[in-house]
Design a protein around this ligand. Structure first.
Ligand code: SAM
Length: 259
């Protein structure tokens, strides 16, 4: 097939390291009947070995040239191609419990992760290649600099584990940053406990807005000392000192108060 020139605006850094590709596919462990969705198949580095073990593979791709190439692949008959922006995809329209995989375009990874939280109840597991710095924020513990809104929301919904560090040379073109692969498994006992995800998300946005300020200050328009007391959070703490489950308790309490 003709050469494809990597497009920066679509975050195209193609995997070329066979060892890393094999490690990712081994981590996913596709079984023939699994419902697997690959985000951004690109030149099919992961797609091909994944499809080998599957009856069918869903792929989501935005680049029309790449879509045309995918349709010409020898195993194209196994692919269900969703053309367009993954941020617009209704994951629930694909029936079944899903395994989601992707060497993600780094410019959309954070909004995508926030969206995936909302379909966590239909997910078996997810394996993503991300900027290493994002992976570190995802798994960060309270009281560290990396701990923020992303850590709280994702840790509340998923068990997460970094499974692989990936250097820039594993890609063509090589990105300027280090990468890592993370495994995310829904935290089934906890799903649904946040009564209103939008409310929780808004609360976290405000709580972490100015990291050096206290929670009382950042949330003063919204949360009274009585509200903090009701869920046992000390209002003089900074946002990074509060655990994910405490934020969920506060969000649910506010909802009950009609805030
Ligand atoms: N999976 C391939 C690999 O590992 O070599 C390509 C990975 S490349 C980092 C990201 C892929 O996502 C590209 O194929 C790109 O065209 C696609 N992509 C970028 N933005 C997208 C979007 N918003 N929705 C769907 N696909 C997107």
């Amino acid at each position: 097939m003709a050469e494809h020139k990597a497009r920066k605006r679509f975050g195209q850094n193609f995997l070329q390291d066979t060892r890393i590709i094999n490690d990712i596919v081994d981590a996913v462990r596709p079984e023939p009947d699994d419902v697997v969705i690959e985000i951004g198949p690109g030149l099919a580095a992961i797609t091909e070995p994944l499809a080998r073990n599957l009856k069918q593979l869903h792929v989501v791709e935005i680049d029309r040239d790449i879509i045309a190439r995918l349709k010409r692949l020898p195993f194209a008959g196994k692919l269900v191609i969703h053309e367009g922006d993954v941020l617009q995809l209704d994951f629930r329209s694909i029936p079944g419990m899903k395994k989601i995989v992707g060497n993600l375009p780094y410019n959309i990874s954070t909004p995508l992760l926030f969206e995936l939280v909302e379909v966590a109840d239909e997910v078996v597991d997810m394996h993503f290649m991300l900027q290493k710095e994002v992976v570190e924020r995802m798994v960060a513990e309270p009281k560290t600099n990396d701990y923020g809104r992303l850590s709280v929301v994702l840790q509340y919904y998923f068990e997460m584990e970094k499974i692989l560090d990936v250097p820039p040379e594993s890609f063509d073109p090589a990105p300027k940053v280090d990468s890592a692969v993370i495994r995310m498994i829904p935290n089934s006992g906890r799903i649904g406990v946040a009564d209103d995800f939008a409310q929780l998300s808004r609360l976290l946005q405000h709580a972490f807005q100015q990291r050096r300020k206290t929670l009382r200050n950042n949330l003063k328009q919204w949360v009274s000392d009585e509200d903090f007391a009701a869920v046992g959070i000390e209002p003089t703490l900074r946002a990074e000192h509060v655990a994910p489950e405490q934020y969920v308790q506060l969000s649910n309490h506010l909802l009950r108060q009609g805030v």
